[in-house]
Design a protein around this ligand. Sequence first.
Ligand SMILES: Cc1cc2nc3c(=O)[nH]c(=O)nc-3n(C[C@H](O)[C@H](O)[C@H](O)COP(=O)(O)OP(=O)(O)OC[C@H]3O[C@@H](n4cnc5c(N)ncnc54)[C@H](O)[C@@H]3O)c2cc1C
Length: 286
Amino acid sequence: MDFLRPTTWDEALAAKADQPDAVPIQGGTDVMVELNFDVRRPPALLDLNQVAELREWSTAGGLCRVGAGVPYTAVIEELGATLPGLAQAARTVGSPQIRNRGSVGGNLGAASPAGDSHPPLLAAGAVVEVESRGRGVRMIPAAEFYLGVKRSALEPDELIRAVHVPPATGPQYFSKVGTRNAMVIAVCSFALALHPRERRVGTGLGSAAPTPRRAIEAEQLLAAELDWDAPLDPALLRRFGDLCARAAAPIDDVRGTAAYRVHAIGVMARRTLTWAWNDHLEKRAA
Ligand SMILES: Cc1cc2nc3c(=O)[nH]c(=O)nc-3n(C[C@H](O)[C@H](O)[C@H](O)COP(=O)(O)OP(=O)(O)OC[C@H]3O[C@@H](n4cnc5c(N)ncnc54)[C@H](O)[C@@H]3O)c2cc1C
């Protein structure tokens, strides 16, 4: 197996163009598990750890640009105020060791329906920046990035460079059901982001369908009926939970049944909206 070690982004793109079957490796917390269990034996690994810019984040033009190699620990420690939904999700990933190595870009690269980054990226309206040597940069909305179980819109000659996330303008919450409190892949998860300026609520479902997805009808319900100056109407809250549950299309597997996941998505949707709404009203009253 070849081990390619570019030191710049251009070198990385050139290596991927020359050898599209080379498997990128950032933190290695997914890739090394697959190699160790012989799930795959790629002809080459493309180690991105020397490409320093991938581990950087910045804010410009009203967006937070998070390099594909930024580890969860940095998201938690440095971006908690700017991207609270993503930071909450990051806190639930694996263990400290996994959070030190594992990255948001790696989560996107793996495109597992259970990946914890995806629901908050969907709820916030994030856009994934990918690039190839031949075709240049493509900006792919998170909602169009996930194509199937562990399949994404990334082409074989492309690499993920960063993810662009609008900084929070309102409360954001992430909720995850697991079979224990830590080191657990989600049975299912849910993210919610209030966008008060646009009078809009974003959602993201995890581990509840072949891909992470938004609950679009539930978002439309709130856009049409939510009174941003009043306490939450219990009937509206119930309908929101029901529509989020209806957006799920889960399977039975070792972690949980489809019926349980549908139920849990409804509960998490109601809970996260209640938490976010309490924060919203508190902030208005202050
Ligand atoms: C013990 C353990 C616990 C875990 N717990 C969780 C959890 O709670 N929640 C969760 O979501 N995940 C969890 N994971 C999975 C894993 O940690 C995450 O998916 C993590 O985000 C992967 O990031 P990484 O940088 O390690 O990716 P890598 O393993 O380096 O790569 C993952 C995939 O992305 C591709 N890739 C990486 N970088 C790029 C790039 N720049 N461009 C294109 N493709 C790229 C790789 O080729 C590979 O297919 C766990 C893993 C382990 C081993």
